[in-house]
Design a binder for this molecule. Structure first.
Ligand code: GAP
Length: 514
């Protein structure tokens, strides 16, 4: 675990050093849980968004996109339930003056109990070697059984308190389990209070005062309130979907793990409108299809798992998360929810407008049911970055840091390098750049030794390096170096486009989803 934490620290440092992610407002000492994307980060992020957008809208003829405003009428958030129920339970430590999420303190405590069990198991596995039966050991070892029973009891109390919205119950678990503040080390806790996660601001200024508006905490509501507009103007027939990519804002109490939990982030959401009664079929479809989208990137099938929700929000009748193995454990990257007709019905009620669909096949009107797929761009970015990062020992005692980014997502697709800065090689290299740049993001690099230049490109995940040497001038061939294998082949300049295109194009990635 500690080793994984070290790797994660290195990934965060690498992201900054190579222009992927910078802390926001850094020269003013930063702004907590807000980040900026640098010159390479923005390209990687845009490629992730393009992959999602095109997979959704190009490959599904019944899905269209929109781009709704961040500001919306405040009643929307009353109707959606966010004003009343988009809360986290928070608790303060009187000594450190730090604020925590009560549920996170308890979850961390449960994780520590799990770690205790895992340590015992690891110790025993070492002692018994090949003859070790882990399942039997977990069942029969008294120390493990004791901790496991305790863990279960805490977990049950925690789930009950969360389900009932019992704030005193949460506090009592913190007291009974003697959970201490990681900063002050004391147990001097305040009461637990609900804290609404929406950011508020004022819009306009009239003699009656300004109107309080919210920064949207999800993009989905912009889709729901445009359902009628899109259905009517696009003559959409159910089943159909509306997709959107955009910023969302949440005043997270505990912001941690770099860009995993941010206060300003981006979502890619799609609401799929279906006939009531058909929702489970479509829920199953989207659950499978979205995982396929992830796996097509080739980051490793074993790094994904579903987490089906046992406790459902009052408006949902099925929900699952797609979790990805981050250096800090399996974490949610995407949620797939069957949201019934809750949102459209609520907007019908609060707006007084009829929001229904006339189904010509059934010859009747109804409020459509909705399957939602919702993925965080930043979390997706983090999963791609973490699984691509490798510190590689090379022959001869050398080493390199390489990002094995899926080629279609890489910020730079190829770098063209003259072997030396003379003899007409830079001019020839520029000629190649000037041709390739119309199709691929192409870098020209002539500084430092060729080895250093390769390392720089490896560190930002560039799939191909093209070296122009004296032979190029004679026979029109160059060296094409592949990032992961570091293999170099001699190829004709005229073949470069074809060779590179087949592996870096978004098109070839999308075709895997057929
Ligand atoms: N419309 C449904 C919805 O917003 P959610 O599970 O709250 O559901 C969906 O969020 C996705 O948005 C998450 O799976 C995650 O990838 C991303 N997300 C949520 N909160 C985030 C945060 N504070 N920072 C970064 N990404 C976040």
């Amino acid at each position: 675990m500690a080793q994984q934490e070290d790797v994660f620290k290195k990934i965060v440092a690498h992201a900054k050093e190579y222009g992927f992610v910078f802390p926001s407002s850094e020269i003013y000492d930063g702004l907590s849980a807000v980040y900026d994307y640098g010159q390479n980060g923005v390209e990687l992020k845009n490629n992730i968004k393009r992959y999602w957008w095109e997979a959704m809208t190009l490959l599904h003829e019944n899905i269209v996109g929109i781009d709704s405003a961040i500001f919306m009428h405040p009643t929307i958030w009353k109707a959606s339930g966010h004003v009343d129920a988009f809360n986290d339970p928070l608790i303060d430590n009187r000594d450190s003056k730090k604020r925590y999420r009560a549920d996170v303190l308890i979850e961390d405590h449960i994780a520590r109990l799990d770690e205790k069990i895992d340590k015992e198991v690891a110790k025993a596995a070492k002692r018994f070697g090949d003859s070790f039966d882990e399942a039997l050991f977990r069942q029969t070892n008294p120390r493990v059984a004791e901790v496991a029973a305790h863990r279960e009891a805490v977990h049950t109390r925690f789930a009950e308190a969360m389900n009932a919205g019992d704030l005193d119950g949460l506090r009592q678990i913190i007291i009974d389990e003697e959970i201490v503040d990681p900063v002050s080390g004391t147990r001097n806790w305040t009461e637990v209070r609900q804290f609404n996660l929406m950011f508020r601001t004022e819009m306009g200024s009239t003699s009656e005062g300004a109107m309080t508006v919210y920064l949207r905490p999800e993009t989905a509501q912009g889709i729901f309130v445009n359902y009628l507009n899109v259905q009517k103007t696009g003559r959409m027939r159910i089943p159909f979907g509306i997709a959107q990519i955009g910023k969302a804002f949440r005043n997270e109490i505990v912001a941690r793990q770099f860009i995993f939990r941010m206060r300003e982030f981006e979502q890619m959401e799609m609401q799929f409108f279906v006939r009531p009664g058909d929702e489970m079929k479509w829920f199953a479809y989207w659950k499978e299809w979205r995982l396929r989208w992830h796996k097509a990137l080739g980051l490793g099938d074993e790094k994904y798992r579903y987490h089906d929700h046992e406790k459902l929000a009052h408006y949902a009748n099925a929900a699952t998360d797609i979790e990805f193995q981050m250096p800090f454990g399996f974490k949610e990257v995407e949620g797939i929810h069957s949201r019934t007709d809750f949102d459209l019905s609520q907007h019908e009620k609060f707006s007084g407008k009829k929001i229904q669909y006339f189904d010509p096949e059934l010859n009747k009107s109804y409020t459509p049911y909705v399957i939602e797929t919702s993925i965080g761009v930043d979390r997706m970015f983090l999963s791609v970055l973490c699984s691509s990062y490798e510190e590689q020992a090379l022959e001869g005692g050398d080493s390199r840091v390489v990002l094995h980014l899926p080629a279609a997502l890489a910020p730079v697709k190829c770098a063209v390098m003259p072997l030396v800065r003379k003899d007409g090689l830079p001019e020839k290299a520029r000629e190649i750049v000037d041709d390739l740049k119309f199709d691929f993001s192409t870098h020209y690099d002539e500084k430092d030794s060729i080895g250093k230049r390769y390392r720089r490109q490896d560190a930002i995940g560039t799939p191909y390096c093209i070296t122009v040497d004296h032979q190029t001038l004679e026979d029109g061939t160059v060296t094409l170096r592949e990032r992961d294998t570091m293999q170099q082949t001699r190829v004709a300049v005229a073949d470069l486009h074809r060779l590179i295109h087949s592996s870096v194009s978004l098109n070839s990635l999308l075709r895997k989803l057929k």
